[in-house]
Design a protein around this ligand. Structure first.
Ligand code: ADP
Ligand code: 5GP
Length: 184
């Protein structure tokens, strides 16, 4: 069956947003914008990368059952909105997700027939650390927390449909493109 929910997961720094940006240019896809309580980074826009909400708003959204799944990651809440998915399925649109490993596995549980799970693995934890450092968006302490979590996430790769080692970016992009052409 052709899949319409393309789920990119990886440890933080694994390359999800880089790959997602590329795919949005190459294919006719829509980005599933999650809600989060984290603060907006420079360059991010309300409603584009995320719906930035307060902790109280997020709590209310949970109570109103707005989420398919939600997770606390690095002290902030992140949640996939049911409305984004329903809208896409009804309109026959393909959606791309940039979410963590637990979120990806939850989505597959709820939408097994529609989900295509792609795991972007870093070539090594050292390289992951170097990329996070070069990205320059987290403090040293935050980088260490992300590396610690990456170890747990890497143990769950066997549950994914495809695993790509994100070594040479050009190669990764071609691989992901080919997986999407084949499955969607
Ligand atoms: P994520 O969205 O998974 O947290 P990013 O897409 O932000 O990861 O990638 C983390 C950093 O690594 C970014 O600075 C990005 O430019 C860089 N990066 C991504 N893929 C590669 C690659 N294959 N080779 C070198 N650098 C990469
Ligand atoms: P960041 O703060 O760097 O944008 O994201 C931190 C982590 O949260 C990343 O691994 C990102 O993929 C993940 N994430 C973003 N949105 C969601 C979501 O809706 N659900 C889950 N489970 N993870 C998310």
């Amino acid at each position: 069956m052709k899949k319409s929910l393309i789920i990119l997961a990886s440890p933080s720094g694994g390359g999800k947003s880089t790959v997602a940006k590329h795919l949005l240019k190459v294919f006719s896809l829509e980005f599933s914008t999650s809600a989060t309580t984290r603060v907006k980074r420079t360059g991010e826009e309300q409603g584009r990368e995320y719906y930035f909400v307060s902790k109280e708003e997020f709590k209310q959204m949970i109570e109103k059952e707005k989420f398919v799944e939600h997770e606390e990651i690095f002290g902030n809440q992140y949640g996939t909105l049911k409305s984004e998915i329903e809208k896409a399925l009804v309109n026959n649109k393909k959606l791309i997700f940039d979410i963590d490993v637990n979120g990806a596995l939850s989505l597959k549980k709820f939408y097994p027939e529609h989900s295509l799970l792609i795991f972007l693995a870093p070539p090594s934890l050292n390289i992951l650390e170097e990329r996070l450092r070069n990205r320059n968006t987290e403090s040293e302490e935050q980088i260490q927390t992300r590396i610690a979590r990456a170890k747990m996430e890497m143990e769950r790769v066997s549950n994914f449909d495809y695993v790509i080692v994100n070594d040479e970016l050009e190669f990764t992009l071609k691989e992901v493109e080919s997986i999407i052409r084949k499955n969607t």
